[in-house]
Design a protein around this ligand. Structure first.
Ligand code: NAD
Length: 315
């Protein structure tokens, strides 16, 4: 990567990925874009432009003008939000992403697509979910992710576009709040632990999902995009995860740092049903083998850092 355009950069991932890339490649080499103007470090730390990813002409012109060699396509609507506005989720997640891929083809750039554990469904093997397996998701978000995983493979095979991608698990971070996903509880719980010493979870105890600390997710994006293409057998939709946890496991890790922390439950049927349709734990061996994926944070180290950082910002 030398000159990078990032879409949807004001969200949970982009707001940390853009500063990370600017530190690695130089501030002027990373163009952050989003639907609406953003404030703070993202706008002040380097170039920013407004872009609706469904506008192919504006998108192409931006990529050409910036002389980008890579498009990291983060714009999208998350799982729970998608269920509440199916037409918009399809339009942004599928039409918008297909437009982004076509821009990459026309402008000759590499292309990164973030898929998700949501690309799996109830018939997928739940434990050690293989890299290649049954994918019959039951959310519009998941349906769109499978479509784009396949389209990214197709654009590589048919047109030679350098497409690469990850299936992110739930990402845990302390910079920007998540935008309406099913794993959001695993972020909220840390804020409430610092602010109130207790948390009411919308996901039931015993519901295991894959998670990862944001620092490891940022390293994974760079690691994959910089990987030797000769080693990549899969290219798109690599399973990655750092831990498989349920709300009780996170609460117990928090309790070791904040004695007396308590968790209660008020389960949201929509997000609980989505969570139950997803895997418990992923097999990440393809990512390890093909581009040396190796997350640094486990539940304990992530928990300590999350609580420290949130407390130092005053909750
Ligand atoms: P987010 O909801 O926090 O941010 C998404 C951004 O996309 C927002 O800033 C929004 O303004 C922007 N956006 C929405 N519609 C747009 C449009 N038409 N044109 C341009 N921008 C638009 O999401 P995130 O958590 O940062 O996720 C980024 C990507 O990673 C998404 O594709 C998501 O599905 C995927 N992902 C995220 C997670 C996670 O835990 N955060 C897990 C798996 C996959």
């Amino acid at each position: 990567m030398k000159r990078v355009v990032v879409t949807g950069s004001g969200g949970q991932i982009g707001s940390e990925l853009v500063p990370h890339l600017r530190r690695l490649y130089g501030a002027e080499k990373v163009l952050a874009t989003d639907l609406r103007p953003v404030s703070g470090p993202l706008a002040e730390g380097g170039p920013f432009a407004c872009l609706d990813v469904r506008d192919g002409e504006a998108f192409s012109a931006l990529v050409r003008h910036f002389r980008a060699d890579t498009v990291l396509h983060l714009a999208g609507l998350l799982s729970a939000r998608g269920e509440k506005d199916v037409a918009l989720a399809w339009d942004v997640n599928v039409n918008g992403s297909a437009t982004a891929l076509e821009v990459a083809r026309q402008e000759g750039t590499a292309f990164f697509f973030p898929s998700s554990i949501a690309a799996f469904g109830p018939s997928t093997p739940k434990k050690e979910t293989p890299q290649e397996t049954l994918q019959r998701p039951t959310t519009i978000y998941g349906v769109g992710k499978v479509a784009l995983e396949l389209l990214c493979d197709y654009y590589h095979l048919k047109f030679g576009v350098d497409t690469r991608g990850l299936r992110f698990p739930g990402l845990i971070s302390h910079e920007t709040q998540p935008g309406g996903g099913t794993t959001d509880y695993a972020v909220h719980i840390y804020y409430e632990a610092v602010r109130k010493g207790n948390y009411t979870s919308f996901i039931a105890p015993g519901t295991f999902m894959d998670m990862m600390y944001m620092a490891d997710a940022l390293d994974a994006v760079v690691g994959l995009m910089e990987a030797d293409p000769a080693r990549l057998v899969h290219r798109n939709a690599f399973n990655i995860s750092a831990m498989s946890v349920d709300p009780e496991a996170i609460a117990s890790a928090i309790g070791k740092v904040i004695p007396g922390f308590t968790i209660a439950y008020d389960v949201d049927p929509l997000r609980q049903a989505i969570a139950e349709s997803w895997p418990d734990s992923l097999d990440c061996s393809a990512a390890r083998k093909e581009w040396d994926f190796a997350p640094r944070y486990d539940l304990e180290t992530m928990t300590r850092e999350m609580l420290d950082r949130i407390a130092s910002k005053g909750g």
